[in-house]
Design a binder for this molecule. Structure first.
Ligand SMILES: C[S@@+](CC[C@H](N)C(=O)[O-])C[C@H]1O[C@@H](n2cnc3c(N)ncnc32)[C@H](O)[C@@H]1O
Length: 384
């Protein structure tokens, strides 16, 4: 058995090492601290970003309701994790009632541009035309618009980040809200998929077929895979265990990993080498270890910057011919924020830009078929 790597120094984790080498550990005895392998102990899953706001959790808070119907809203509908409806952000992107759809990215930029122009004009109108300040103001205005247009044209990432930031309104709240949300989610398939548990089979089936395209002679090996944002290990169980000798699971929620190990994975749990209880934004997977790194319905929980950083780390964690497989909701346009579980669904083009920024390439992509129309499109992307 390979030795487990040391964890990054400042991360909260369950040091779940050596499951197959006879070491005792947290998850099997129900404790997560004070483990016996001498790695970083201490707290495990407390909010990593700190409670900078009041409780924003739960489906009952203000902005999470509104026009979002169906599975992502309402205090009685339970978790809204995983697949989500197109209207999850409170901004329906397709309107059955015939009203106008949400503006696409380009229109949104034009609107931002217009807002700037209007603001400048207001100042303009209130100034004395012959004053020094008026001329200065105009010079600044000219430079400002030149820079703005330059950024839009030349630097795609820059023009995308403000869009996400606008929705996220602060990273700390974004992560804290997700943490609080998942604390209340049951460790079960229902918990992982919200109101759409019935899609699990069709989801796993297509995932298995997609994965098979990248495995085999001259392609990725079958030694070890990492399931990121694994939850209770639904994907591990249905897709990865049948293919890989060993698995590792990473998720920020301790109770999901505990359930995976103690119950959900059954005897296959013996083949889990390490459970990492980390937030992905603080996690560095060991280098050159994995044939496949699977990320399903978790990229949506990372900011653009953290996602790009984590993907870059994943690239370094792959073995030769290895692939990262990212499966997630993709907004039909722009970005859609779900304030209930604190996730952001991005348009494929936005996702591609982030992937590119991480130094990875999309080598294949496939749209998930067979999901109900009400669910936002889900895509699988193979990256290396
Ligand atoms: C919708 S569930 C999907 C679980 C699993 N991938 C599946 O498809 O069944 C999302 C999972 O991501 C985890 N998660 C959310 N934000 C995370 C973060 N920043 N770091 C690590 N895990 C996170 C949650 O704890 C949860 O288990």
């Amino acid at each position: 058995m390979e030795a487990s790597v040391d964890p990054p120094p400042d991360s909260a984790l369950i040091p779940m090492k050596g499951l197959t080498n006879g070491l005792t550990h947290g998850l099997t005895n129900g404790t997560t601290n004070g483990t016996t392998n001498g790695t970083t102990n201490g707290t495990t899953t407390g909010p990593t970003t700190g409670p900078t706001t009041g409780p924003t959790t739960g489906p009952t808070t203000g902005p999470t309701t509104g026009p979002t119907t169906g599975p992502t809203t309402g205090p009685t509908t339970g978790p809204t994790t995983g697949p989500t409806t197109g209207a999850a952000s409170g901004q329906p992107e397709e309107h059955d009632d015939g009203s106008a759809p949400a503006p696409n990215l380009q229109t949104q930029y034009k609107m931002i541009h217009q807002a700037f122009s209007d603001k400048w004009k207001q100042t303009d109108d209130s100034m004395c035309r012959h004053s020094m300040s008026f001329h200065l103001h105009h010079a600044l205005q000219k430079d400002f618009f030149a820079s703005f247009l330059y950024l839009l044209e030349k630097t795609p990432v820059v023009k995308l980040f403000p869009v996400t930031c606008e929705y996220i309104k602060g990273e700390k709240q974004f992560y804290y809200r997700a943490q609080k949300f998942y604390e209340d989610v049951e460790p079960s398939e229902e918990g992982m998929l919200g109101d759409f548990v019935e899609i699990s089979d069709v989801d796993l089936d297509q995932s298995r077929r997609f994965l098979s395209r990248f495995i085999g002679p001259g392609k990725a090996g079958t030694s070890c895979a990492l399931d990121c944002g694994s939850g209770i290990g639904r994907v591990s169980k249905g897709v990865l265990f049948p293919v890989f000798e060993r698995l590792e699971l990473a998720d920020m929620m301790e109770h999901f990993l505990l359930h995976a190990h103690e119950e959900y994975l059954g005897d296959d749990a013996d083949r889990v080498e390490t459970y990492y209880c980390y937030s992905l934004q603080e996690f560095t997977p060991p280098k050159n270890k994995y044939d496949v790194i699977w990320m399903q319905w978790v990229a949506c929980h990372l900011t653009d910057h953290d996602l790009a950083t984590f993907l870059a780390k994943c690239k370094r964690a792959l073995r030769p011919n290895g692939v990262v497989i990212l499966k997630d909701n993709m907004a039909r346009n722009g970005c859609k924020m779900d304030l209930v579980d604190s996730s952001i669904s991005r348009h494929l083009d936005v996702m591609r830009t982030i992937i590119h920024k991480a130094g990875l390439e999309v080598v294949a992509l496939e749209k998930q078929e067979g999901f109900p129309d009400v669910i936002m499109p889900v895509w699988m992307l193979a990256l290396r």
